[in-house]
Design a protein around this ligand. Structure first.
Ligand code: APR
Ligand code: PHB
Length: 398
């Protein structure tokens, strides 16, 4: 079938991906007077319907404030000053605020995405949804392009820079020549089964539990809506996990004190997600810049995925604004190095907390004792607790 017509759109920065990374970048650039076009292969309803984590670092909240999209977040977000670790029923509270002076905010990533969409539409942002065959080309030229099919028309977006914010399965990372791109990956031998339930959470703070039967996490979205996860096999059929079985397992894994307060009910948004660590280097090729899940994945333990994406966007927006407004390429030239420096430290933290809090089928009795010793050390050393807290609340940008 032939395409009805060919159209050229010109912009300063072409953003591929309308997830939180692409939306926040477009907002920060718009605020500085830099023009963008945002392309996504899905539509807004689909993007807003994806369930993701919901714990924001203080630096993430600051970025959303600076972008002008934190109004509802301030009204509805829940301030947390600590969280708990549990190990075979023994509990240790990490007092984030006492140890670091910082707080965390519980507010769903889905809500962040909705707030960003609302603001972008109010500002008249150009979106191309349901785009097909999205192809970034001429990446090393001063005028790279993104070709795509939209509504049956062939469209070329001409720009100065391309932001690859199209997530792990996107096209941007794969547009970097294989002899330039290095990737690093670790897959974990289990998944997380997550449920949402319209009941108050078991505790006013998050509980991360390692139990002989596997990991469990008690989280929340609001004072009346809770979010729970349990470790399970990755290829487990979700039909094997009726709600009753999940509640029984949570009661055991979270420990007796928690079990006594567990308010059960019918679950919704039940799904199983794999755990992966992944990094792509470099995060820049010519005039293409990768940010967020397009460049890296962390396992969900510690809730760093969205926060890491926002940190990338803070660096990338600074770099692009400096180019387009101040004619300075210093931050463009250091973007990949600066971003990766922080990315690897956050990868390390997410990996370490994952290693400490899960049951690994291949672990020897020695390795299991090492996990217990990790927990005991954190429980009894303020220094170790502070190191954990410093990472949990978010490492500084530079
Ligand atoms: N062309 C256009 N858009 C694409 C393509 C493509 N070929 N491939 C993927 N996309 C879109 C997806 O439809 C999605 O809307 O890119 C967007 C990427 O969004 P996310 O996956 O949410 O990635 P990001 O914005 O970097 O957000 C990072 O989301 O996955 C979580 O843990 C992660 O919390 C972190 C945050
Ligand atoms: C969540 O609430 O979805 C959540 C919280 C903490 C995590 C991961 C997910 O580490």
């Amino acid at each position: 079938m032939g395409h009805r017509m060919t159209r050229t759109i010109t912009t300063q920065v072409c953003i591929i991906g309308a997830g939180p990374s692409g939306l926040l970048l477009s907002q920060m650039l718009a605020n500085a007077g830099v023009d963008t076009v945002v392309i996504d292969r899905k539509d807004q309803a689909y993007i807003e319907g994806r369930i993701r984590a919901g714990v924001l670092e203080q630096g993430t909240v600051t970025a959303l404030e600076e972008a002008g999209v934190a109004c509802r977040l301030h009204r509805e977000g829940l301030k947390h000053t600590g969280f708990e670790l549990a190990f075979d029923g023994d509990r240790h509270r990490i007092d984030l605020t006492a140890l670091t002076g910082k707080t965390m905010t519980v507010y769903g990533q889905t809500e962040v995405t909705k707030d960003l969409f609302a603001k972008r539409h109010a500002d008249g942002q150009v979106f191309l949804f349901n785009a097909q065959n999205v192809t970034p080309i001429d990446l090393t030229l001063d005028q790279p392009r993104v070709n795509l099919i939209h509504d049956g028309d062939a469209i070329t977006v001409r720009c100065r820079h391309i932001a690859g914010c199209d997530g792990f399965h996107g096209v941007s990372r794969r547009a970097i020549p294989p002899d330039v791109l290095k990737t690093f990956e670790q897959v974990y031998p289990f998944g997380w089964l997550g449920i949402m339930v319209e009941k108050p959470p078991v505790s006013h703070e998050l509980i991360y539990a390692n139990h002989q039967r596997g990991f469990a996490l008690a989280s929340m979205r609001s004072p009346t809506r809770s979010r729970y996860y349990i470790q399970c096999d990755v290829d487990e059929d979700i039909a094997n996990w009726p709600d009753d079985r999940i509640w029984a397992e949570l009661a055991i894994r979270l420990g007796q004190d928690a079990a006594a307060n567990l308010l059960t009910g019918p679950s919704f948004e039940k799904s199983i997600a794999p755990l992966r660590s992944f990094v792509a280097e470099p995060m820049r090729y010519g005039n293409l810049f990768l940010a967020g899940d397009a460049a890296h994945i962390v396992p969900p333990t510690g809730a760093k995925g969205l926060n890491l994406a926002v940190a990338d966007i803070r660096l990338l927006s600074r770099a692009l604004i400096a180019h387009h407004k101040d004619h300075s390429d210093h931050h463009i030239d250091t973007y990949s190095r600066t971003a990766l420096n922080r990315v690897w430290k956050v990868e390390r933290f997410s990996w370490q907390l994952s290693m400490m809090m899960h049951q690994f089928p291949q672990h020897s009795p020695f390795q299991r004792r090492m996990q217990r010793a990790d927990f005991d050390y954190v429980s009894t050393s303020e220094t170790a607790s502070r190191a954990l807290a410093e990472n949990y609340v978010g490492l500084p940008l530079e």
